[in-house]
Design a protein around this ligand. Structure first.
Ligand SMILES: Cc1cc2nc3c(=O)[nH]c(=O)nc-3n(C[C@H](O)[C@H](O)[C@H](O)COP(=O)(O)O)c2cc1C
Length: 140
């Protein structure tokens, strides 16, 4: 059974490009082997990640990510059974949420994901993706 899970967190230290790069390197390797797809959105002091795959794989990975000391304040925004992947082909794409990124400003001017519903957050991510925001979209 396939599921999609979306959570939100805050980095513990500075949210540097190097940190995100190292997370994504690990993610690409493991996710490819385990048929996990999704995207990691980062910027403005938050991580927002969508994970898709077999339920046992996604919940196992989420437990590991939850225990990762590099971030805190994890909140589960959304979890559903799915029949089709939305982020097919991306072992973990990167989406910028930087407030200097013009796409983010247009799509999400009222950026406050900790107060937003899971549905709204998902809609904003989808709009960023539709506008071509994914960067370093590693192919799975
Ligand atoms: C925001 C964030 C997102 C992450 N996403 C993934 C991911 O998609 N896949 C993955 O294998 N590890 C991901 N990680 C890394 C895991 O938390 C963990 O460090 C890694 O799986 C190694 O786990 P282990 O030390 O228990 O072997 C992420 C970490 C953070 C902080």
């Amino acid at each position: 059974m396939l599921i999609r899970l979306i959570y939100l967190s805050r980095p513990v230290g500075p949210q540097t490009a190097e940190l995100t790069d190292s997370i994504l390197r690990k993610a690409h390797a493991w996710n490819t082997q385990n048929d996990i797809t999704g995207m990691l959105c980062e910027g403005q002091g938050v991580y927002l990640q969508a994970l898709e795959g077999e339920r046992n794989k996604v919940t196992g990975l989420y437990a590991r990510i939850h225990a990762d000391p590099r971030h805190k304040d994890l909140e589960l925004l959304h979890c559903e059974s799915i029949t089709e992947r939305r982020y097919r082909g991306w072992s973990m794409a990167r989406v910028s949420l930087s407030d200097v990124d013009p796409q983010t400003k247009i799509v999400w001017p009222e950026f406050d994901p900790y107060s937003a519903s899971g549905a709204l957050v998902m809609a904003r991510i989808d709009e960023l993706v539709a506008r071509g925001s994914p960067l370093q979209a590693s192919q799975s």
